[in-house]
Design a protein around this ligand. Structure first.
Ligand code: NOJ
Length: 581
């Protein structure tokens, strides 16, 4: 280990001082609703079947009207797309398939004009094998100084024919690939925790850290409001790259500390990054206060970690006061539609975030998992990669209820494009159109992430239902138009209008997302009830209607709630918000 990233346990947080300085107005992100745009599948402006930045820009008013605070964009950088853009060849360029840097600039400016923040994806664990450094490392052969910026090693075995250690790729198969040297002979191996086209950087090398600090500044200078950090738990590997000693790697991931994930050294990197971000955060937000106000006065910039750790407590390490701002709550995402399980994970989340002063985050869907409308349509225990339609009506009912529950919790919530339309996963994509690299490597993840990446429908009719003029890179199912923005707009009770109404309530009542606690109320088995100031949220996770005390006025509900004589009948799988104010 270099001095730069020691393996010494990270210091114990001293939160009191840091918490005393929390400025709730400046810290817009503490209760923000952040909408994930998957650029390939949001809107296609040039009819090539692939979404792009201009398409996103044209739809920003939709996002403003939806009522979200910020937009996180999955990668749009120059990339051969071996992993849908999570294989970056040039961190400072936009891939032509998505547009140009000027388009990115225009998108950021327009978003700010509309009062929307922009968070971009940063992929620091690995580059593309088409990154200039890696291409040169290969071309220059063994001994090239560029090889030190990645993990090149000689193989084991008599002729170096075996991988240097027993690590497996998250996408299946060995985590090492042997290169052919410039003279045509089989040579060294390089490490890739994901696809072979995604070689892992060696974060021990000072040039890697320098490069990423410079990349941060590049995008901050462009005006972005934050970064989502891909594989935020992966950059530092245990010294000597020791064998894992297990072939049960996928089970260990997220359940145990491994020599390649959640090593303490990553925290040193984040402390350095935080200093950079804080330099920018003191500046005024470029366009000044938006008409909506609500904490937009200063330019707080943020980091959100994609960190898979064994426990919520270890996740909290990433959001200590001098590190990152938020971390995705994957434990919540993986929770079944079950009151007891939900209550436990909510309590544990709030308890683990409180000592470090970071807001809890909540998420139900993203581009890597089966959409929650489909997860909840199936029996529990199938995981987050499901290729079964299940009971769609049930799934949608639960998904709407789950969303309303999520949006009543204190902290920040993430919404994945299309969930506001109640989209299910597309479970029957023919194999020949699938692009998820995990599918092609088999034996690793189930590799069915394409199902949640199908381009979203904007209109009832038309080529690709308004996604673009030229079809869509993954086929949309028949009838997709009935789920479109056009079909749901203004329709009382539609999922889109439910999201709009819930987000409008959050905007009108900033207290709803603020704070770090819920006050649980007594409730029948299978029902969650809690108070947040003047609000009460009741979520019925059972398959039967329940009768509960009325708590004032029904503000919004995911199903038809009947109130009479101080009591309310909440249908099966339904959430309701009350106000006593
Ligand atoms: C997490 C991203 O969300 C996923 O899509 C990607 O495949 C891996 N990281 C590797 O970058």
């Amino acid at each position: 280990m270099s001095q730069q990233h020691s393996t010494a346990p990270a210091p114990t947080p001293t939160t009191d001082a840091a918490l005393a300085t929390v400025d709730r107005r400046r810290d817009w992100w503490r209760d923000a609703v952040i909408y994930q745009v998957y650029p390939r599948s949001f809107a296609d402006s040039n009819g090539d079947g692939m979404g792009d930045l201009e398409g996103i820009r044209s739809r920003l008013p939709y996002l403003r009207d939806l009522g979200v605070d910020a937009v996180w964009l999955s990668p749009f950088y120059a990339s051969p797309q071996a992993d849908a853009g999570y294989d970056v060849a040039d961190y400072r360029a936009v891939d032509p398939m998505f547009g140009t840097l000027l388009d990115a600039d225009a998108l950021i400016r327009d978003a700010h004009e509309l009062g929307l923040r922009i968070i971009v994806d940063l992929v620091p664990n690995h580059s593309s094998d088409q990154h200039e450094w890696f291409k040169r490392a290969l071309a220059e052969g063994p001994g090239s100084p560029l090889r030190d910026r990645y993990h090149f090693r000689p193989g084991k075995g008599e002729n170096g024919e075996l991988p240097p250690n027993d690590w497996e790729s998250i996408f299946g198969g060995p985590a090492w690939t042997r290169v052919t040297e410039p003279d045509g002979t089989p040579g060294e191996w390089y490490l890739h925790l994901f696809a072979p086209e995604q070689p892992d950087f060696n974060w021990e090398h000072p040039a890697v850290g320098d490069e990423f600090r410079s990349i941060l500044r590049f995008w901050l200078d462009m005006g972005v409001d934050g970064f989502r950090i891909d594989v935020a738990h992966g950059m530092v590997k245990a010294e000597g790259l020791p064998d894992l000693g297990s072939h049960d790697e996928l089970r260990l991931l997220g359940n145990d500390v491994t020599p390649f994930f959640d090593q303490d050294g990553v925290h040193d990197i984040y402390r350095q990054w935080r200093l950079i971000l804080d330099e920018y955060s003191d500046a005024l937000w470029p366009e000044g206060p938006s008409e909506e106000g609500r904490g937009r006065e200063t330019g707080g910039r943020i980091f959100v970690a994609e960190a898979w750790t064994p426990t919520v407590e270890r996740t909290a390490n990433y959001v200590r006061p001098d590190e990152l701002h938020q971390a995705f709550n994957f434990q919540y995402l993986g929770t079944h539609w079950d009151a007891a399980e939900l209550r436990e994970v909510i309590d544990r989340t709030l308890e683990s975030m409180r000592p470090v002063g970071a807001p809890a985050t909540w998420v139900l869907s993203n581009h890597d998992v089966t959409r929650h409308a489909t997860r909840f349509a199936n029996p529990p225990g199938l995981g987050t990669q499901i290729r079964l339609a299940g009971d769609r009506e049930l799934g949608l009912r639960r998904a709407r209820a789950a969303t309303l529950l999520m949006l009543a919790l204190p902290g920040s919530a993430y919404v994945y494009q299309g969930e506001e339309l109640g989209l299910p996963d597309v479970v029957d994509l023919p194999d020949e159109v699938r692009q998820d690299p995990a599918y092609f490597r088999g034996a690793g993840q189930d590799g069915y992430r394409d199902g949640c990446r199908v381009p979203i429908p904007w209109t009832r009719e038309g080529s690709s239902y308004g996604f673009g003029d030229g079809g869509s890179w993954l086929p949309q199912p028949e009838g997709w138009g009935e789920l479109s923005v056009q079909a749901q707009t203004g329709v009382p009770g539609s999922t889109l209008e439910l999201y709009r109404a819930a987000l409008a309530v959050r905007r009108a009542h900033p207290d709803l997302g603020a704070g770090d606690a819920v006050e649980w109320l007594r409730a029948p088995e299978g029902v969650l009830a809690f108070r947040r100031g003047e609000f009460v949220c009741v979520a019925n996770t059972t398959g039967e209607p329940v009768t509960v005390p009325a708590h004032g006025r029904v503000l919004i509900a995911s199903g038809e709630v009947a109130v009479a004589d101080g009591e309310a009948r909440v249908p099966a799988d339904t959430t309701v918000w009350w106000t006593t104010g």
